[in-house]
Design a binder for this molecule. Structure first.
Ligand SMILES: *Cc1c(COP(=O)(O)O)cnc(C)c1O
Length: 462
């Protein structure tokens, strides 16, 4: 009897995949009506900073597979670690049991984190890392007999994820505004302004932001549990930068008013700004530190919320005391993910110690500046570490584009034709390549993005 080979996805024709996807997938952060009108791309494989689609076309992964990839795709060292672990066990629960990789990763994260941060709670995405920090802070003040401390302060334009606590603490009206009636009460202070490329500062202002925060803490500090912000760069808001020294001032205000400082390093952590952690640069010691995206170098879902021994101790007591922290996820501390995170951090330390990341950041900033400063269709440009953004604008004299012109999306569709994978944020283009991108690949990125920009502009003016 002949063996009939099953129709595996990798052997399925493009048109069938298109149809399956159009009929049965609902993509995140995607207006599906628009998606259905655009050419579909099915990713087949990756190698280094490159991705191939099922048709054999090659693209530079210029958004690091949504800001996660550090060491490139298909990294031989990470693959080897993963293969060794998968032959042992793929998953075991972390609820009441441990495993060597979880224990080792907890220790490693404590070693690389600032100051008193000594305990890691694992979860599997950035939103959950934030939920855990918020809930820990809320419960902590109850346990310390200060239950009136329950408000959360966030910074304007902050993004901390799409779960309810993360939405309530954040300020992404465009994404989450319609859920306002379901969100818990929070406070916000304005974010500072900073324009910078390659370490050169063009404009910065943090006074208004800090004085607003000070007034808020003076009036309501007694009922505020925690302040949360993305240090250094508000990535999802379009790479909005904070001036140097800003974070240190926020930390001082939190200390003065006895408010927990939660740093959401989901985007900026794990090498993105050029150092292992963004808070290191300013010697800031938060009460909670949230890591996700880059933690597993773009391989597997894993997040960590770090906190101090003094927070941890508040939760100790007999079982009946009810002081324990009841929050966990089925895949908390997954061994495959933990094994990748350990290997990735080890590689990241090498990348930083060898100064390779520093020189990549310098070249990235230099070429970015050369490509887009003064470009007729680019307004503000911002860059720090391996993250950059350009705000698109019409030729001088022309009216601003209406929102439904979808200019950012059009540029990204043109960029695909030039071999670049990118995602827009309205009319801004965010550029976040893997940390190991080479000089030649950086040249490729900016050359082809410029070509795509011209092509899109030409079509718009016709
Ligand atoms: C992506 C992101 C999150 C949410 O992480 P998910 O893994 O998508 O839930 C939170 N904060 C920041 C700063 C992020 O960039």
């Amino acid at each position: 009897m002949a063996i009939v080979q099953t129709d595996t996805a990798s052997e399925t024709s493009k048109s069938t995949l298109d149809q399956w996807d159009r009929s049965h997938s609902w993509h995140p952060f995607t207006q599906m009506q628009e998606y259905a009108s655009l050419p579909q791309l099915h990713v087949d494989r990756g190698e280094g900073c490159w991705i191939w689609d099922t048709e054999g076309n090659r693209y530079l992964d210029a958004n690091a597979s949504i800001w996660t990839n550090a060491h490139g795709h298909n990294d031989p060292e990470i693959n080897a670690a993963l293969k060794a672990q998968i032959d042992k066990i793929a998953h075991s629960t972390y609820l009441g049991l441990s495993h060597p990789l979880g224990a080792a990763l907890g220790k490693k994260l404590a070693d690389i984190s600032p100051g008193a941060l000594s305990r890691a709670i694992f979860s599997d995405n950035g939103s959950n890392a934030v939920e855990i920090a918020l809930k820990l802070s809320f419960q902590y003040w109850q346990l310390r007999e200060k239950p009136e401390k329950r408000l959360v302060v966030g910074m304007r334009n902050g993004y901390h994820g799409d779960t309810f606590g993360a939405m309530a603490a954040g300020d992404s009206q465009g994404f989450h505004g319609r859920f306002d009636p379901w969100l818990f009460e929070s406070r916000a202070f304005s974010s500072p302004i900073c324009e910078e490329v390659n370490g050169q500062v063009f404009f910065q202002n943090s006074e208004k932001s800090l004085s607003e925060l000070e007034i808020l803490l003076e009036t309501e500090g007694a009922s505020i549990a925690a302040l949360i912000l993305e240090p250094s760069i508000q990535g999802p808001a379009g790479m909005r930068l904070q001036p140097k020294g800003f974070l240190k001032s926020v930390e001082a205000l939190c200390r003065r008013f006895e408010v927990h400082l939660i740093l959401d390093e989901v985007f900026v952590g794990c090498g993105r700004t050029g150092s292992l952690l963004a808070c290191d640069v300013e010697s800031v010691e938060p009460d909670f530190l949230c890591l996700a995206k880059g933690l597993t170098a773009g391989y597997l879902p894993l997040a960590a919320t770090l906190t101090s021994e003094s927070v941890y101790e508040a939760f100790l007591g007999s079982f009946e005391s009810g002081r324990g922290f009841f929050h966990g996820h089925t895949f908390t501390g997954n061994p495959l993910a933990a094994c990748v995170a350990l290997k990735s951090i080890e590689k990241l330390e090498r990348l930083i110690d060898s100064k390779r990341l520093e020189s990549t950041v310098a070249y990235f900033g230099e070429r970015f500046d050369a490509a887009f400063r003064g470009h007729p269709n680019v307004g503000e440009i911002r860059q720090r570490g391996m993250a950059a953004a350009i705000d698109l604008c019409p030729d001088s004299g022309r009216d601003p584009w209406p929102i439904d012109e979808r200019v950012g999306m059009k540029v990204c569709i043109e960029a695909r034709k030039q071999g670049l994978l990118l995602r827009p944020l309205l009319d801004s283009i965010l550029i976040v390549p893997p940390l190991v991108i080479s000089a030649e690949e950086i040249d490729f990125l900016f050359e082809n993005l410029k070509t795509a920009l011209s092509a899109a502009m030409k079509k718009l003016s016709n």
